[in-house]
Write a protein that binds this ligand. Structure first.
Ligand code: AMP
Ligand code: MG
Length: 337
């Protein structure tokens, strides 16, 4: 069939209108999205949850955030190191006398920690609670503990001192479990499950340095800043889709004694805070608890070994920042740039 000039012009205009209509619909879809955000204090830090939802889901999004806060409060009652009534405190107070019946959550986290104690060649060690107590970095100590004290505590450290069977936990005497390097990551995973069950497609959760990203922000990825360990600002930033980003840093908790920094991440081979020029370690991967474990373990293991070690953990990548500000990344890390 042949078209007249007028008909061609009409078809052309129709195409332009159709294109504009589709573009407007797509744009409406985007501007329909609202950001719903709230903050909550827990685990000695701030939990910030941001959900991106359709305008008519705004009210429900607020309810979902509230559910998340309730969930975290419940988990804090299990994992808190500072609350004497928490399940962890009860276990630490009694599990050296009688075997302790742990809740599923506490038992799961201990079993995961046991597995990664082996997988990290013991660099990740939740049995070093007495060592953390001796150093008391949070309490702001001004003198070093003596070598004798350190040795005495180290002799009573090691995951082989913790027996787990059928939901029961039993310690050797003088062991104290410290979940500071895993509890936030584990909790973030629980929040992820809850948010996905509630149908959330786009979200960013920041739990004191443990970040969870759900969705991909229309394919661009969410921009996540990594703190400058020796400054106030951001040292570098990553583009992240559907993943966790966890950072361990020597700036988070430390004291200065005789001009030297003593921080909160312990090397159980020396009994001292790890001392290898590493200032921060960021791990990116799917599971928040594993990212949390690895960021702490790779901090202790150090840059050169750590960059090789991460290859044992498929799907996980690491970024080291060292004392002079230098940055070193594992091979696959470039996908987050
Ligand atoms: P993170 O910020 O995740 O690296 O966790 C650091 C916290 O974990 C410290 O404040 C201690 O409570 C605890 N911790 C310190 N050193 C270790 C270690 N080598 N393995 C496991 N937990 C540790
Ligand atoms: Mg950690």
């Amino acid at each position: 069939m042949r078209c007249t000039e007028h008909e061609k012009w009409l078809i052309c205009m129709l195409c332009v209108f159709a294109f504009l209509a589709v573009a407007m619909l797509l744009d409406r879809g985007k501007s329909d999205t609202v950001k719903v955000s709230d903050e909550h204090m827990c685990f000695d830090t701030t939990l910030n949850i941001t959900l991106y939802v359709k305008k008519d889901e705004e009210k429900n999004a607020k309810k979902i955030i509230k559910k998340c806060f309730d969930k975290v409060d419940a988990l804090e009652h299990v994992f808190s190191a500072t609350n004497d009534a928490s399940e962890l405190s009860m276990m630490n107070a009694t599990a050296y006398k009688n075997r302790f019946k742990a809740s599923d959550e506490l038992y799961n986290i201990i079993m995961l920690a046991k597995e990664y104690d082996m997988k990290t060649n013991h660099a990740f060690d939740i049995s070093l609670g007495r060592l953390s107590d001796l150093w008391d970095i949070k309490g702001g100590r001004t003198t070093l503990p003596s070598n004798k004290e350190i040795k005495a505590v180290l002799e009573k450290t090691g995951m082989y001192n913790i027996e787990c069977s059928m939901g029961y936990v039993l310690y050797h005497e003088d062991i104290k479990v410290d979940l500071g390097a895993i509890a936030k990551g584990y909790t973030t995973d629980c929040l992820k499950t809850l948010l996905l069950e509630e149908g959330i497609k786009e979200a960013v959760v920041n739990f004191g340095g443990n970040v969870l990203v759900i969705g991909d922000k229309d394919g661009d990825g969410y921009n996540i800043g990594i703190k400058d360990p020796r400054g106030d600002g951001v040292k570098t930033s990553l583009k992240v889709k559907d993943a966790c980003v966890v950072t361990s840093g020597d700036y988070e908790r430390y004291v200065m004694i005789d001009g030297k920094r003593y921080h909160h991440i312990m090397d159980n081979t020396t009994g001292y805070p790890s001392d290898n020029l590493v200032t921060s370690v960021t791990v990116v991967g799917e599971n928040g608890a594993i990212c949390d474990i690895l960021s702490t373990a790779l901090f202790v293991i150090g840059k050169d070994e750590g960059l090789k070690y991460i290859k044992n953990f498929e799907g996980y990548e690491v970024l080291y920042i060292i004392d002079d500000g230098g940055m070193f990344e594992s091979e696959g890390f470039s996908k987050y740039r």
